[in-house]
Every structure is written in C-alpha cells, then in structure tokens.
Ligand binder design. Structure first.
Ligand code: NAD
Length: 512
C-alpha cells in the first residue's frame, strides 16, 4: 500500500529501509522532518511496523503556521462563488477516490474496509454541507434601523486555525474541522494522530489536486511537542481538538489562556437504556453493532447497556447468542466485520479490564481474550454482566470491544445513571413507548440522544458535540455551530446623509 508518490518514499538507511516514511505537508508540498524524532506506525492486523512518522519541532510547526498565514489574505479574498466551486471539486475527488483512503484507514487504524468507507461517507457529508458556503455565510440586513441608517452583520474568517485529531477517525474528524474552517475563508494547520497519520497526507494531495491554493491546508506530524507549539503559537486564532478527556481539558485550558478560541471534544462512556417493552432482538442487534463496531474504538460506541426490570436476562441471552457470529479479522478481508485494536499497548489495556472484572464483582459472560487471532492486536467481543457504578469497567472509557450490562429496576434509576456520569456524549433509549422516549429526551444530560438509534451521530446540517467532560468550550463541531466557530461577527452601521444636514452633536447616538 502506498499513500501517494511523494509520501511513500523509503529511507535508504536502516532501520527504515522497508518502511513508509511519513512526514509533514507545508505550503502545498511534502516537507521532510528535521527533528530526528519519529514514531512507529503499525498495521494492527499483522502487528508489524509499516511506517515511521516524523515528529515536528516548534520551528517546524511555526513554518506551517507561516505558510498558512501567507496564504490567508488571498484565500480570504477569494469569492464565495469560487470557494463553493472548489468545494464541489473537492467533494467529487474525495468521493471518486474514497476506496483509496479507506484502504489507508484499514492499514493503519485496523477498522474493516466497509466501516472505513462509512467513515469517509460521513466526512463527505460535512464537505457537501460546506458546498453551500455562500448560503451558510449569509448575514442579516436591517434597512432604516434608524432614520436614514441601515445596520447589517457580516461574518469574517479568523485567520490561521488549527485542528488536533485522534486516532479513531483519521479521515472524518479532520474533515469536521478543515472543511468548515477553509470554507469560511480561514487557512488551516492539522496535527493528526501519530498512530495513523497517512490519511491526512492523502487529504492534502486531494485538496491540492482539486485546486486549493498552496498553504491553505498544512499538516504537521507529531506528539505533545507539536501540540504545545500549536497551543502556544501567537498567530493561531482558534484550535479545534478531538481526543481523550484529560488532553481535551488541557488543550482547552492552555489554548484559551493564550487567548484562542477553542472547542475541545473529549471522551465518552455511552449508556444505552433498554426498557422492558423494547423489542429484545432489535435492542440486541443495536447493542452488538454499536458496542463492537470498529472494535469499540468510537466515541459514540455503546459501552454500557442499562437493562431495566425483567428485560435483562432476555437481553443478555440475545447479545450472547449474537457474539459468536461477529466475524473478527483483518479489515481487508471481505468477511471481516470487526478488526483489531490500534496498538498492542491499547489492546493490552483493554484486556486488563476483562482481567480485572471478576475481582470487581462483574461477571465475564463472554471473554474476548479467548480465541482472538494470535497475530496483530486483536481482542474478540467481550460481554460483562452485573457491571455497577464504582467499578473501573463501569467508570472508565475502555475504548475497546467490551460491552457491559448494568441492571436497574426502574426508568428513573437508569436516567440517574446517565445523568450522574461525568461524560455526556451520546446516549440512547430503546422502547416502544413514545411518551417515555419523549420524557427521556427532556430529562437526559447528554449532547446527542438516540431514540431506538444506538449511535446518534448528527447529520452534517446539525452539529456534533457532547456535554460535561465530553466537550470543553461552547461550540459543537460542524453544522451551523462549526460555521459559527470558524467566523467572527462584525456589525456595520451606515448612513449616506446629505452633507448639508450635518452638524456637531456630542450626545450619545440614539435611534430616530
Ligand atoms: P488522545 O487524547 O490520546 O490524542 C488525541 C490527540 O492529542 C492526538 O493528536 C495526540 O497526538 C494528542 N496528544 C496525546 N497526548 C497528548 C499530550 N499529553 N499532550 C498534548 N497532546 C497530546 O486520543 P486518542 O487516543 O487519539 O483518541 C481516542 C479518544 O478520543 C477517546 O477518548 C475518544 O472518546 C475520543 N474521541 C472523542 C470524540 C468526540 O467527538 N467527543 C471523537 C473521537 C474520539
């Protein structure tokens, strides 16, 4: 697999002679890193290292910011019509070449090909939404707000903005950021996850091919050094972050202390409530799909099924029955439904929750450590029962194929559990009672709610974001709030009076 001719160069010298060399993209071209620091990239299905990614220095981040800064005046002045035309071209290219990027996602993240295509499709929705940028950036005009005076608002880009993204959606989450940011007239610096960085370079090449001017989109590879350089950089006006809660909090606090606008989306622990009147088979299908899809490495994954009343035993049996049918394997094999975890360390950390579950009082119903493919970073679907608050398996975002069942007696207890969670990303209720579902939507403290929908990721013309420790900042990503985040308002008051009527008036302006 290659990520493109300029990106797939091999270094002449060991130990990188057989590895892909993944580096930065600045000012419209691949730029070799000079820090001497790099990180490994693996194929999680084989466990073998396939690449090495450069880690940027403070100076290299600055070079990307300077490229973005230099590109800003011309990009900002490019008409809405031209920008929209370009976005249509970007949409077409990403769509045409989606299988190419899906293969990159499988090879570095491990998710299965169909799921990788799904990721690109959901990202494309955001690009499609941005094709409507002339409408999205329309403002308001009040004629005759005062006698002979008109007042209107306009929205303008911020300048250079940055995105810092997690490993679990290496194409889609960056699209949530760069698409609206660039559509609004900003220039962009992306710092992708160092675990699966190649999709961002594929994106850079596609944007260039579509005709995006050099410097509008830049990529710096790296770790904390690069992130801190972004957060500290005086020329970066806004930072979007998606990742785990501790880092989201750190990013938000550091960026805002430096006077930047910031939206920082964090981790999650999503509850799916199943009421006694729910269709048990439908709820079990949903729990298995949302719990084990992408090996549970989704911030909207269902990780706890809260079974209310006597549905618990039936639901557990229905989930248990479905687990052996989930086909686990290399994401490029056509039959695979669930791939490996992203790294060996992460796989072992997830497995440690299964190991520790009995000691905490939980029941291991299906142990995913058994029978998992030996090569690569695999763990099979795991089911725990009797998971209760206070246990690590209840409280922590495990981010793996581990589904827990929590048993409660009433709807009120179930809602209390969701509302007492420090996270508030997604939640779902399965019921046939419309009145209870409506009450749930009213009561529940989470940003995204599913009613008989296990993964309620909003469509692109709404915005995505959680509550509580799942989001720091006050703007969700993409959709109308994304446009709002990447622009700032200006209000113009204008009059064209007859100069003959002009006089000095020291009073405070009042409407007439
Ligand atoms: P992560 O927090 O480890 O990394 C995210 C980004 O932060 C990466 O670019 C990484 O290089 C950088 N980073 C890591 N450690 C850092 C440090 N100490 N200082 C500065 N920067 C650092 O997250 P991850 O493991 O890549 O992704 C999984 C997490 O992302 C999960 O918690 C998941 O719930 C969350 N996530 C949330 C959403 C959402 O919309 N809320 C979406 C996707 C993923």
């Amino acid at each position: 697999m290659t990520t493109g001719k300029t990106l797939a160069r091999s270094r002449e010298l060991p130990p990188w002679d057989s590895l892909r060399y993944i580096t930065h993209w600045v000012g419209g071209r691949s730029v070799e890193g000079a820090s001497g620091r790099s990180g490994p990239v693996y194929n999680p299905a084989t466990g073998r290292q396939t690449g090495a990614v450069d880690f940027a220095t403070v100076e290299e981040v600055d070079a990307a910011v300077q490229a973005a800064k230099a590109a800003f005046p011309a990009w900002r002045a490019t008409s809405l019509a031209k920008r929209a035309e370009l976005f249509f071209r970007i949409r077409e290219l990403v769509h045409e070449r989606r299988e190419e990027v899906a293969r990159i996602l499988v090879s570095e993240h491990g998710k299965v090909f169909s799921d990788a295509l799904g990721e690109v499709t959901r990202g494309l929705e955001v690009i499609e939404y941005c094709c409507g940028l002339p409408t999205l950036l329309k403002s308001e005009y009040s004629e005759q707000a005062s006698t002979g005076i008109d007042v209107y608002s306009i929205r303008q880009p911020l300048g250079v903005v940055a995105g810092i993204t997690p490993f679990n959606f290496p194409a889609m989450v960056p699209m949530w950021m760069w698409a609206p940011a660039i559509a609004c007239g900003n220039t962009f610096v992306l710092k992708p996850s160092e675990k699966d960085p190649s999709a961002s370079l594929w994106t850079a090449e596609v944007l260039k091919e579509a005709g995006l001017p050099d410097g509008v989109f830049n990529v710096v590879m790296g770790d904390k050094v690069a992130v801190d350089a972004v957060l500290e950089h005086p020329e970066i006006a806004a930072v979007s972050f998606v990742g785990s809660t501790p880092i989201a909090k750190y990013v938000y606090e550091t960026a805002t202390a430096k006077g930047k606008r910031c939206q920082a989306l964090g981790g999650a622990k999503n509850h799916m409530i199943v009421l006694p009147d729910a269709d048990v088979d439908m709820a079990a299908d949903a729990a298995v799909s949302a719990g084990y899809g992408s090996a549970g490495e989704r911030c909207m994954a269902v990780s706890l099924v809260v079974a209310v009343g006597d549905v618990a035993d039936k639901l557990r049996a229905a989930i248990e029955e479905r687990i052996p049918q989930v086909k686990v394997g290399d994401g490029m094999l056509p039959d695979s439904e669930m791939g490996p975890l992203v790294t060996r360390e992460h796989r072992d950390k997830v497995a440690s929750y299964v190991e520790g579950a009995p000691g905490e009082g939980a029941t291991v119903v299906v142990d995913g450590r058994e029978g998992a493919p030996a090569e690569g970073f695999f763990l099979n679907p795991t089911l725990l029962d009797n998971v209760t608050p206070g246990m690590r398996a209840y409280a922590d975002e495990i981010f793996g194929p581990v589904l827990g069942i929590t048993r409660v007696d009433t709807y009120d207890e179930a809602v209390r559990l969701v509302n007492e969670s420090p996270y508030g990303n997604g939640t779902a209720i399965f019921t046939r009672d419309g009145g209870v579902a409506r009450q749930f939507q009213f009561d529940v403290q989470a940003g995204m709610v599913g009613i008989n929908v296990p993964i309620p990721v909003p469509v692109a013309y709404y915005s995505f974001g959680g509550w509580k420790a799942s989001l720091f900042g006050d703007r969700h990503v993409y959709g109308p709030e994304g446009i709002d985040f990447y622009t700032r308002g200006k209000v113009v008051t204008s009059r064209w009076p007859d100069p003959a009527t002009s006089k000095v008036d020291l009073g405070f302006p009042q409407t007439k």
